[in-house]
Design a protein around this ligand. Structure first.
Ligand code: NAD
Length: 370
């Protein structure tokens, strides 16, 4: 069996490539080596037995060539990060997925299964419950609310406090260009897969962490930024008040989820969350980092915020658990593996620009006025 991994030089794709090679698959990687992710070109962790093709998934002839002789497509390539070129998100994430199916169907390629990497981002600000008015899907918090440093979501009817609910696969509420492109991607893949009899699965990953996370793109976020600042004895800067919650999953668990849905026919045509099932506040995350890298500079609750950030994002993982998967690694393994990898690759590069400066310049990072 031959598998094509798009984005196979990336963080998750690279781990998938290792696993597919170990399982005896012939592996072909198609990756454009985006400079923001790979400023030094092809990473040296790619398995020697994998075939590597440098090219863009939006390029019809490149993608058609990469699909020759392929049984399984693991579609991981994506345009990410806090970038202002909105249309590129749709082109790479949604249009290239349509192109993938156009080629498989139009050229009658004998692809037996497609797995696409979607994201928890499709939930946007998610789903909340008001004790008096029931469940609702909020709009993103308004610029005015954030300017006032009023961080929590409230009930749109009574303005009272609300409870964030674990995100379930039947919901979606995307607003930003990345989230919309990921929903379009999974809908395109599942819809065309169903109509044309190509078994397809979409996995909505939560924030995935572990060895080989890019040290360069802003998307790889909190783990790299906190560890970098702690190693440099700079304060860990928390956005908002640090009580926003997230859900962090280890990359090895994400690989396990991919292998499970590949094997299980019951998974076909469906979307599954892949997360930890646990809420972690950013404040708790910072404390865990400082538990491993003691720094006198401590934590700075900055009252700065990022435009478009969600307040609470924690996925329910019950559906994938029912299929036989469960996460085996927690925050200790995530931080331990990341730091071990940073050390083995010679430490955090000294010349990295501060992502906060870049986001401030791009108008993404703002300050509350009170
Ligand atoms: N890492 C996370 O926390 C996370 C969370 C949710 C969803 N995802 C999704 O998982 C997938 C993998 O993410 P990752 O964290 O490994 O990211 P990554 O940036 O490490 O890897 C993505 C790879 O895709 C390649 N790529 C980008 N545009 C391309 C193009 N047009 N053609 C060919 N290759 C291209 C990049 O060079 C990179 O090697 C993505 O689809 C992403 O949206 C990741």
């Amino acid at each position: 069996m031959r598998v094509l991994i798009t984005g196979g030089a990336g963080f998750i794709g690279g781990h998938l490539a290792d696993r597919f090679v170990r399982e005896g698959f012939r592996v072909r990687i198609l990756d454009s080596l985006e400079p923001r992710v790979h400023p030094h070109g092809r990473p040296n962790y790619l398995p020697a037995r994998a075939e590597f093709v440098q090219g863009d998934v939006t390029d019809r002839s490149v993608l058609l060539c990469a699909l020759q002789g392929v049984d399984i497509v693991s579609h991981q390539a994506a345009y990410q990060d806090y970038m202002p070129d909105f249309s590129r998100f749709l082109q790479v994430n949604a249009v290239a997925t349509a192109l993938l199916f156009e080629l498989i169907i139009g050229q009658r390629l004998p692809v037996k299964k497609v797995i696409v990497a979607s994201s928890q981002a499709v939930y946007g600000e998610g789903q909340y419950c008001c004790l008096d008015h029931g469940d609702f899907q909020p709009l993103p918090r308004s610029p005015g609310q954030l300017q006032r440093g009023n961080w929590e979501v409230s009930c749109p009817l009574c303005q009272g406090p609300v409870q964030a609910l674990a995100l379930e696969e039947r919901w979606h509420n995307p607003y930003n260009q990345y989230a919309v492109s990921k929903l379009a991607q999974e809908r395109t893949a599942l819809g065309l897969g169903w109509l044309h009899g190509i078994p397809t699965v979409a996995l909505r990953y939560s924030i995935t962490q572990g060895r080989r996370q890019s040290l360069y793109n802003r998307y790889s976020g909190v783990c790299r930024i906190f560890c970098t600042r702690a190693l440099q004895h700079l304060p860990l800067m928390l956005y908002e008040d640090g009580h926003q919650t997230r859900d962090f999953v280890h990359v090895d668990d994400v690989v396990e989820a991919n292998m499970l849905v590949l094997e299980k026919e019951e998974a076909n045509g469906q979307v599954f969350n892949v997360g930890s099932g646990c809420a972690t506040t950013i404040l708790e995350y910072a404390r865990r980092v400082l538990g491993r890298i003691p720094s006198l500079a401590g934590i700075d609750i900055s009252s700065q915020y990022r435009r478009g950030d969600n307040r609470h994002s924690v996925s329910s993982i019950d559906k994938l658990k029912r299929l036989g998967w469960k996460p085996k690694r927690g925050m200790d393994e995530i931080l331990g593996d990341f730091l071990e990898w940073v050390e083995s690759s010679g430490g955090i590069p000294a010349s990295l620009p501060d992502p906060a400066d870049e986001m401030r310049a791009a108008g993404v990072l703002l300050s509350a006025t009170n």
